[in-house]
Design a protein around this ligand. Structure first.
Ligand SMILES: [Zn+2]
Length: 88
């Protein structure tokens, strides 16, 4: 079952319609209530997934082990580590 989307601008749940996808294939939603758009990150590449992967990396778990766990390439895990490092 898909988790219900919530507008990040006004917390509306009922007036949301799909509004295409971003270049990284994440779903873009349009809120008819406030007229703003927002993006739902896919589970695989969401910020929480990335943060958790980087947390494991910092705990000393091998990159290839993390990559297996999230079903991504180890280069992807390395990119997440670099990306989170820049954002912190
Ligand atoms: Zn809204």
């Amino acid at each position: 079952m898909q988790k219900k989307a919530i507008c990040i601008h006004c917390d509306e749940t009922k007036s949301l319609v799909k509004n295409g996808r971003t270049l990284s294939h994440n779903q873009r939603m349009l809120c008819k209530s406030c007229g703003k758009t927002f993006v739902i990150e896919s589970k695989r590449n969401g910020i929480i997934t990335k943060a958790f992967a980087v947390y494991q990396y910092l705990k000393g778990i091998a990159v290839c082990q993390i990559a297996d766990q999230f079903d991504v390439d180890r280069h992807t895990v390395n990119a997440w580590v670099k990306q989170i490092d820049v954002e912190i």
